[in-house]
Design a protein around this ligand. Structure first.
Ligand SMILES: Cc1cc2nc3c(=O)[nH]c(=O)nc-3n(C[C@H](O)[C@H](O)[C@H](O)COP(=O)(O)OP(=O)(O)OC[C@H]3O[C@@H](n4cnc5c(N)ncnc54)[C@H](O)[C@@H]3O)c2cc1C
Length: 265
């Protein structure tokens, strides 16, 4: 029944009960990919679900391979071990089964790595602002692991929004980069922080409106100088896109040029 499985779990880190980093080794290497791209993960419907999940909203068929898209967090040269950052949808078909996996378990990883959410669209002398909620941080981790050394002339900013500090995935890695690279700035913001949080407590649109990017990173919201990337929750993407478009940005599509790049999960 598990004939399509072609990869093995090598590491599982539960960041929160519904948030995990999953590293998998594929039996065969994949072709090289661009930072920010995604592939598919799959498990059969007969696989058990995690203990903290709920009944499926739409029941899956036991003998069907359930496949979904996941962005790759790894650097682009890692073509046989891949890191994913996954949020459990408790009533979902695939994620509760992914959360039940343990080291050594088998699963399916797509042979193709695809997607057009690429840092190479932003010239190396232009500044880049990467905005994320939730697991939308994943392609930026790949961007930074792959390219931070190659862009010394570019200011690079990650704005990460979450409810609580524990929801800020990759906080340690991003804080380290913030200290190690003078051109990299990490600006986390929490909407439901406790009193110990020393950082921002604003919505992303408020941060843009009140000039936080200029103050913290010396970056302008000007399409001639700064390219924006948005990834994550569709409501955040819609609201921040609206603000940027009102401030002169144009969304990049397959057919049109632009300095606003969007990936919705
Ligand atoms: C290009 C791309 C990249 C992606 N990368 C990632 C990634 O890096 N990490 C990640 O965790 N997910 C990522 N996703 C989302 C992922 O593909 C699945 O949609 C998600 O994991 C839910 O799968 P599921 O089978 O458990 O739920 P499903 O059974 O597919 O969904 C059940 C219902 O849950 C709701 N739902 C779906 N997704 C979510 C969600 N994210 N949060 C809350 N409710 C939801 C919807 O109403 C849906 O009808 C990505 C999606 C795309 C298109």
């Amino acid at each position: 029944m598990s004939q399509k499985y072609n990869a093995t779990v090598v590491q599982k880190i539960l960041v929160r009960p519904n948030l995990m980093i999953l590293r998998v080794a594929t039996d065969e290497p994949r072709a090289s990919f661009a930072a920010g791209q995604y592939t598919t993960l799959g498990l059969y419907g007969y696989e058990p679900r995690s203990e903290n999940s709920e009944a499926e909203a739409i029941p899956s068929k036991p003998d069907k391979l359930i496949q979904r898209a996941y962005s790759i967090a790894s650097a682009r040269h890692e073509t046989q071990q891949f890191e994913f950052y996954i949020s459990q949808v408790k009533t979902g078909q695939l994620t509760p089964r992914l959360f039940h996996l343990e080291v050594g378990d088998r699963l399916f990883v797509g042979r193709r790595i695809v997607g057009a959410f690429n840092l190479s669209d932003a010239p190396k002398d232009k500044d880049v602002v990467m905005i994320a909620t939730g697991t939308g941080i994943t392609p930026y981790i790949s961007f930074l692991r792959s390219h931070i050394m190659e862009r010394p002339e570019s200011k690079m900013v990650v704005v990460q929004a979450a409810a609580h500090q524990g929801d800020l995935g990759y906080f340690s890695e991003l804080s380290f980069l913030n200290n190690a690279f003078p051109n990299f700035h990490y600006i986390p913001t929490l909407t439901d922080a406790d009193e110990l949080w020393p950082g921002y407590r604003m919505w992303i649109e408020e941060m843009l409106e009140s000039g936080v990017l200029g103050k913290e990173a010396g970056v302008e919201c000007n399409p001639a100088e700064t390219h924006f990337y948005l990834c994550g929750n569709p409501i955040m993407v819609e609201n921040v896109s609206k603000w940027l478009i009102e401030h002169g940005y144009q969304k990049k599509t397959r057919k049109t040029a632009g300095t606003l790049f969007v990936e919705e999960f």
